[in-house]
Design a protein around this ligand. Structure first.
Ligand SMILES: O=P(O)(O)O[C@H]1O[C@H](CO)[C@@H](O)[C@H]1O
Ligand SMILES: O=c1cc[nH]c(=O)[nH]1
Length: 256
């Protein structure tokens, strides 16, 4: 098989892996891979840092998506061409409900589609919904690890500033379409904002692939805008959850 366009990899490179852990941050790929057996770097191109590692003797892929839907859609498309059918995102996030604390873990059941890329896969009426079994594995991982977690809906936006209604910006202006939107999502019980899950969930559901998303809370925006937590600590818990969830999903797949 030819190499895929951006990742520059072919099927044989993935050693039969069907599950990928997909962080946003490229450097997070390496930190995740270093916690697996036999970590190996396959490619570092643009925002896509791709590693292979083993969990209980089975190869999995770790591939960063970069920030936002367009690059996420490229990573998912090309990994799917290489045989991956399950995508577990691990990200960071800003909470918008007062009862959620910095350092907590959020497992997204579905996402509000404030992105553009997902509309290239299915019309807006189509739900950005996670895979039930992969999400159950994320929850089981949280229970086993004893972390504080919440499940629910995530707002997933193309932009970090206007789309998440931030006023602490260069212009201080948020276009009318987004004025009041944060309060609206709060009232509709949305937990948090991030930037990739809407694209990931919609395209995976539409293409017959499986996806789930876990995120560590960097900031609670009902209290402050700029995080003052230890980013590495927040990431560490969410990474432990996604690795444990990957192990649980692989076990179930083996039994099936
Ligand atoms: O930590 P990652 O995975 O990048 O996730 C979140 O952080 C970035 C914004 O700072 C966006 O990608 C958002 O989704
Ligand atoms: O508030 C936040 C924090 C992290 N990532 C986001 O997209 N929003």
């Amino acid at each position: 098989m030819e190499k895929v366009f951006h990742l520059g990899l072919s099927k044989a490179d993935l050693n039969g892996a069907t599950l990928a852990i997909v962080p946003g941050d490229p450097k997070r790929s390496e930190r995740i891979a270093s916690q697996l057996d036999n970590p190996k770097c396959l490619a570092q191109t643009r925002e896509f840092h791709v590693y292979l590692g083993d969990i209980k003797g089975q190869s999995i892929v770790i591939c960063s998506t970069g920030i936002g839907g367009p690059s996420t859609s490229i990573a998912v498309e090309e990994l799917a061409q290489l045989g991956v059918n399950t995508f577990l995102r691990i990200g960071t996030t800003g909470a918008i409900q007062p009862h959620i604390n910095e350092g907590d873990i959020l497992v997204s059941t579905a996402s509000v589609r404030l992105d553009g890329a997902s509309q290239h896969f299915a019309p807006l009426a189509y739900p950005a919904v996670s895979d039930f079994h992969c999400t159950a594995a994320m929850v089981e991982a949280c229970d086993q690890l004893g972390v504080t977690y919440h499940t629910g809906i995530t707002a997933s936006s193309d932009t970090f500033y206007p789309g998440q209604e931030r006023y602490d910006t260069f212009s201080g202006y948020v276009p009318k379409a987004f004025q009041g939107s944060c309060e609206e999502w709060q009232k509709l019980n949305v937990m948090n904002y991030e930037m990739e899950s809407a694209t990931l969930f919609t395209m995976c559901a539409a293409l017959g692939l499986k996806a789930a998303c876990v995120a560590g809370v960097l900031v609670n925006r009902t209290r402050q805008e700029i995080p003052n937590v230890d980013h590495q600590l927040v990431e560490k818990n969410a990474v432990s959850v996604v690795i444990k969830a990957a192990e649980l999903v692989l076990e179930k797949t083996k039994q099936a």
